[in-house]
Write a protein that binds this ligand. Sequence first.
Ligand SMILES: NC(=O)N[C@@H](CC(=O)O)C(=O)O
Ligand SMILES: [Zn+2]
Ligand SMILES: [Zn+2]
Length: 430
Amino acid sequence: MGQLLKNAKMLDGKNNLIQKDVLIENGVIREVYEQISEEGHEIWDLEGLLLVPGFIDLHVHLREPGGEHKETIESGTKAAVKGGYTTIAAMPNTRPVPDNKAMMDALMDRIEKTAHCRVLPYASITERQAGKSMTDFSELLRAGAFAFTDDGVGVQSAGMMLAAMKEANKCNTVIVAHCEDNTLLPKGGAVHEGMFAQKENIPGIPSVSESVHVARDVLLAEAADARYHVCHVSTKETVRVIADAKRAGIKVTAEVTPHHLLLSDSDIPGQDSNFKMNPPLRGTEDKEALLEALKEGVIDFIATDHAPHHEDEKAQGMELAPFGIVGLETSFPLLYTNLVLKGKWTLQGLMDAMTRKPAEAFSLPYGKIEPGLAADLCVIDLNRKEIIDSKGFASKGKNTPFNGWECSGWPVATIVGGKIAYKKEEALIW
Ligand SMILES: NC(=O)N[C@@H](CC(=O)O)C(=O)O
Ligand SMILES: [Zn+2]
Ligand SMILES: [Zn+2]
């Protein structure tokens, strides 16, 4: 017996909505067709709701181990499936850092036991992410590492980055980079070096602290012939560097967050630490350049950089609070409402940036609704309106700058490997 999803609206790849049935058997998509016979199958009637591939978020902080007061693999993946995600990649800035086989084994075990969706664990590039000595890539890959990053800090030494890229090339893996040159950071920098920083007299983080690292790294990637990915692009200069690198044939991909697409430093209402993240919200010109870059494919996909922190930590005020905001439970409704419904982008473009594109960039067998692929799916009610209220989040992190925003387009069911991982009962008849 299979599960037959009836009357689903699906995107056809060209931004048209078409009605199809989807048959799942043993967790795998068996058939996608206009009308599939109901005989012998369990029927899930979607009544014209949108059926899409489960979202993929390759930049998530789950905080376990060591930061369980902020988030756990359990709570973070619960937030993920509520947001429509079926695959997420977990950043290694935990305590301890997954920088050896024993740690990676333990992490894989926790994922296996507690995760509600697929979790791909990053290993660190350097031991303890200290930037000094490289981890054992092949051993970590054998233990299950997805790719390598020191996210949370930039790899300061060009020599170390080049060595890591050469090793990545040998091991057929990807270097994923948080780009930030510490020598360009002011002491206590908390927001973008721009209007808001000036007005509030807060030390500003300059755009060049990001772009100079990206410029360095694409040249290193060229020298090492490595696959290289840029995390959370925030500046127009970074966009220009990536566009140039792609033109030169360098194997670079890049991501952008929902918050950098939707907010700039002019939207920061005052000293509210829910608007403090790294990289910071930049100027409006940066924000516009990021959306253009995403539409043109200079930036490849969207990642949330879900970075939960405890209320008490965030309550320390703009200058002392840790960097980071949550994103898993609000990304699609925010982007659909503020980009698609406002005519700035197509639904197909947005969907690809959250499903097919991240999968292709990292050669993952997900991100499409096709026979033979895992039944990782999300059902969305495009007409459902809700006001964002972090009190209701599944995530332990309530640190969002989007509280009170009214959005349409809420995920109402998420299916991972053919199993229902999340279902909003009141929104569905099945
Ligand atoms: N993005 C953030 O503001 N914070 C991240 C670290 C990071 O992504 O660099 C975190 O771990 O809290
Ligand atoms: Zn980062
Ligand atoms: Zn991050």
